[in-house]
Ligand binder design. Structure first.
Ligand SMILES: [Zn+2]
Length: 405
C-alpha cells in the first residue's frame, strides 16, 4: 500500500456499493496498488486521500467483479445442432448415444491446433469479461488424452494472460472415458493417474481436478480412484454429481473433502445431510442448465441454504448443456427457478464463488484489503440483481484497479 494520503484512484459518484459488509452509506472507493483501501462518502474520502486519478461513476451501481466458479470454456466449436435434436424430444443421454454430446466436443478439440484454441478461449473470456465476470474457474475436459488435456490447460493460461481474465484452471480429465478406451476404461484411468495428473502438477497447469459422476461418464469407483490420486498430488477436488442420476457422488465428494460438488438436481436427502454435516464442501448451483436442457427438476437450493451449506451460483458455460457467458443470466435463473433473493444470488456469484475457490480472503467483496476487481452497472439497487434478463447492465469493468472494458 502507498503512503497514506496518496493513492492511485478514487471512484466516486456511485449510486450505491454492493458486496460490502458495512451498511453505511457509501458512494466512493479508494484504490491503490490494485486493492481497495477505503470506502465511504467521496467528500470525506477526499480529505484523507489525494488520488492521482478520479473516475466519475455517474450514478451507476458499484459491484465486486463477478466470479464464475464453474465453466468449460476450452472447446473448438458449439453444438447448436443438438439444441434442435433436444427440441425434437431427445434427452442428453440419447444425444450422446447418437454421437453428439461430450464425445463430439472431444473430436473437435483434438482436431484444433493450439494457437487456434487459444484464440477461441480468449474470445470466450472476453465475452465473460463483457458480462462482468472478472475471475473464473476454467475446466479442461474435452481433450481426454495426455497431449490434448495439457494443450487445453495451456490454452487457459495463455488466454487469461491475453485478456486479463483471472482464470483458475481445473483439470477435468475425469469428464468421460474417451471412445478409444470404452472397452478398457482402466487403461484410460491408468494414463490419467500415472502420467497426466503428475505432469499437470509438475507444470503447475491446474489448481484442482474435477470428475463427472454420471451414467455414461465415470462411475463411483472410477471417480474415487481419480479423486484420491488428485488429492494425493495436492490438487483441490471439484465434482460434478447428481445431475441426472443419484450415484452417491455427493457423499463421495464430502467424504474426500472436495471443495465443491456441482449440479445436485437429483440430490438425495442423504446427500443433503452429508453436505450439511460436512460443512466445508460448497454446493455449486447451475440453474441455467436445467433451463437449457428443458429439465423440470432443479437443485433443492432453498433446503441447502436452510441447512447452512455454503454455495455458489455459476453458469456452467459449455457447448452442450449451457451456452451462456453471463452470470447475470445465471443469477436470474437462480431467482426464478431456485427462489433465491437478489442478495442471495449476488452472494452466489461473488463471495460464495470466491470461497469455493479458496479466494475468499481477497476476492468477491468490496472491502479494504480486497482486490480492486469491480464493475459499474446500470442497476437501480440490489433488488434489480438477477431481475432483468436478456440485457447486459455492465458499463465498465476493472481488474486490479485497471479499467479493462
Ligand atoms: Zn460442468
Amino acid at each position: 500500500m502507498g503512503e497514506r494520503g496518496n493513492c492511485e484512484t478514487l471512484v466516486h459518484g456511485a449510486g450505491g456499493i454492493l458486496g460490502q459488509a458495512s451498511q453505511a452509506r457509501a458512494d466512493a472507493v479508494v484504490v491503490d496498488h490494485g486493492q481497495v483501501v477505503a470506502l465511504g462518502v467521496a467528500d470525506e474520502l477526499r480529505r484523507e486521500w489525494r488520488p492521482r486519478e478520479e473516475i466519475d461513476a455517474a450514478g451507476l451501481l458499484l459491484l465486486p467483479g463477478l466470479i464464475d466458479a464453474h465453466t468449460h470454456p476450452v472447446f473448438a466449436r458449439g453444438r447448436a445442432e443438438e439444441f434442435d435434436w433436444r427440441g425434437q424430444g431427445m434427452d442428453y443421454l440419447e444425444i450422446a448415444a447418437r454421437g453428439g454430446g461430450i464425445h463430439a466436443s472431444v473430436a473437435a478439440l483434438r482436431a484444433c491446433d493450439e494457437a487456434e484454441l487459444v484464440d477461441k478461449v480468449a474470445a470466450h473470456f472476453r465475452r465473460m469479461l463483457a458480462h462482468g465476470t472478472t475471475t473464473c474457474e476454467a475446466k479442461s475436459g474435452y481433450g481426454l488424452s495426455l497431449e490434448d488435456e495439457l494443450k487445453s490447460l495451456r490454452a487457459i493460461r495463455a488466454a487469461a494472460e491475453r485478456t486479463g481474465m483471472q482464470a483458475h484452471a481445473t483439470c477435468l480429465a475425469g469428464h468421460m472415458i474417451p471412445l478409444e478406451h470404452q472397452e478398457r476404461p482402466e487403461h484410460y484411468l491408468d494414463m490419467v493417474c500415472e502420467e497426466l495428473l503428475p505432469e499437470v502438477r509438475r507444470q503447475d497447469l491446474a489448481r484442482a481436478v474435477d470428475v463427472f459422476i454420471e451414467a455414461g461418464a465415470l462411475d463411483l469407483a472410477q471417480a474415487r480412484r481419480y479423486l484420491e490420486r488428485g488429492r494425493e498430488l495436492g490438487f483441490a477436488l471439484r465434482v460434478h454429481a447428481d445431475q441426472f442420476h443419484d450415484l452417491g457422488g455427493t457423499e463421495l465428494a464430502v467424504q474426500l473433502g472436495a471443495e465443491s460438488v456441482d449440479h445436485l438436481e437429483v440430490l438425495s436427502d442423504a446427500g443433503l445431510e452429508a453436505l450439511a454435516l460436512g460443512g466445508r464442501t460448497y454446493a455449486g448451483l447451475l440453474p441455467a442448465v436445467p433451463h437449457f436442457l428443458r429439465q423440470k427438476t432443479d437443485a433443492p437450493a432453498r433446503r441447502l441454504l436452510q441447512a447452512g451449506v455454503p454455495y455458489f451460483i455459476a453458469t456452467d458455460f459449455n457447448p452442450g448443456s449451457c451456452y451462456t457467458p453471463s452470470l447475470f443470466e445465471a443469477a436470474h435463473f437462480a431467482r426464478v427457478r431456485l427462489c433465491l433473493s437478489a442478495a442471495e444470488a449476488l452472494h452466489g456469484v461473488t463471495a460464495g464463488a470466491a470461497g469455493s475457490l479458496g479466494l475468499g480472503a481477497h476476492k468477491g467483496r468490496l472491502e479494504p484489503g480486497y482486490d480492486a476487481d469491480f464493475l459499474l452497472c446500470d442497476l437501480a439497487d440490489v433488488h434489480h440483481f438477477g431481475y432483468g434478463f436478456g440485457d447486459n447492465p455492465v458499463r465498465q469493468v476493472f481488474v486490479g484497479g485497471q479499467r479493462i472494458r
